[in-house]
Write a protein that binds this ligand. Structure first.
Ligand code: AMP
Ligand code: MG
Length: 346
């Protein structure tokens, strides 16, 4: 199969790309689409044969459920139930963060195929904030299933070229909507009634942070080990060996933990490139990439994270990637989560 990239630089190109993508979805095909988080591999969420093509193209195991995208806020009720006891909070969250990188896990409507939810009684829903995606889903006029457009276990793509590098020959169409502004997958939460306040459990950390969420309830992070329930995890993004580059990667918390091996060529993934953080002058690095040069901003680091990691991964002159620790706050939590899962298991 030939994989075509549809550009969206001009209005004419965009109209054509939107039409082609919506047609592909209508005829039960998959198509890679830009979102503000990472590129998604989209199919008609109500067509199991189309959804199956997502699993095939990604080589994704069927126990890993997909996120369903809706074309407007009210359409959440087409795919999910909003339980009465959390209705106020869920409605506030949707009003505040949609369209945007917040995915809500809610009881599913029966019309959602089992394949989408991996047989779970819940469905993960969000409304994406990307102008091209928005036009395509409006045109298609129905829910779209779209997990990240990468091969299972590998790094999420934040550009059309990154999708091409992984899925060339496996899918017919990639819509190029530019680099993703957030660069990290959506925050996934579930909401339950709590003692004093509603309980918001973060199943996957992402661009919407604890600070953003805590106005709406008590925020807790799902215990990684608890969530990794063999073949039916609550948030399978939490499986080990996810988001992994081809090269070995090690996340170090202390510079003293770095013991270079003879002849091995190392790249440093640095947060802000400051010598005082203890890593920059630690070694004669064969390459240094800085996520947010200077003062260091976690949101900027998040946006650039997969792009930079992919760049280093493509360097023949590098054997191993050493990552500095990232701040354990805000978007930094999502970056740390990816780095922990990407690193070599010892
Ligand atoms: P991806 O977009 O590739 O990161 O995949 C979507 C992710 O959404 C899955 O890996 C799960 O972590 C999460 N997800 C989807 N549906 C559910 C659900 N019903 N309950 C919990 N997490 C879900
Ligand atoms: Mg993914």
């Amino acid at each position: 199969m030939e994989t075509v990239i549809a550009r969206t630089q001009s209005e004419i190109d965009t109209n054509e790309a939107v039409r082609e993508a919506a047609n592909a979805l209508q005829s039960g095909d998959v198509v890679a689409l830009p979102t503000e988080t990472v590129y998604g591999l989209a199919a008609d969420a109500l067509n199991p044969a189309a959804v199956e093509k997502i699993f095939e193209a990604k080589e994704r195991p069927h126990f890993d459920p997909l996120i369903v995208h809706v074309h407007h806020k009210d359409a959440v009720r087409d795919v999910a139930e909003i339980p009465e006891e959390v209705k106020k909070t869920v409605t506030q969250l949707i009003e505040t963060f949609w369209p945007g990188p917040l995915t809500l896990v809610l009881p599913r409507k029966p019309m959602i195929p089992d394949l989408v939810t991996a047989g779970l009684s819940t469905v993960a829903v969000r409304q994406c904030d990307h102008p091209v995606f928005h036009r395509i889903i409006r045109n298609f006029n129905g829910p779209i299933a779209a997990p990240s457009a990468n091969l299972f276990g590998q790094m999420s793509p934040t550009s059309a070229q990154a999708v091409m590098d992984q899925l060339d020959g496996r899918i017919p169409l990639i819509v190029d909507g530019g680099a993703c502004s957030r660069g990290l997958e959506s925050t996934i939460i579930k909401v339950e009634p709590g003692e004093k306040k509603p309980l918001i459990t973060v199943l996957r950390p992402g661009p919407i942070t604890e600070i953003d969420l805590k106005k709406f309830g008590k925020v807790v992070f799902a215990d990684r080990n608890e969530a990794v329930e063999d073949s039916n995890p609550e948030a399978p993004g939490m499986l080990e060996n996810h988001y992994a580059p081809g090269k070995d990667l090690r996340l170090l918390s202390d510079p003293a933990d770095f013991i270079p091996e003879d002849g091995k060529r190392y790249a440093l993934l640095s947060y802000r490139g400051q010598p005082k953080d203890g890593f920059l002058d630690l070694h004669e690095w064969d390459h240094v990439s800085i996520l947010s040069p200077g003062s260091g901003r976690v949101a900027e680091a998040g946006t650039r994270f997969f792009h930079v990691l992919r760049e280093i991964d493509g360097m023949n002159e590098i054997d191993e990637i050493i990552s500095e620790p990232m701040p354990d706050r805000g978007v930094g939590k999502a970056i740390l989560d990816k780095l922990r899962k990407a690193q070599v298991k010892t």
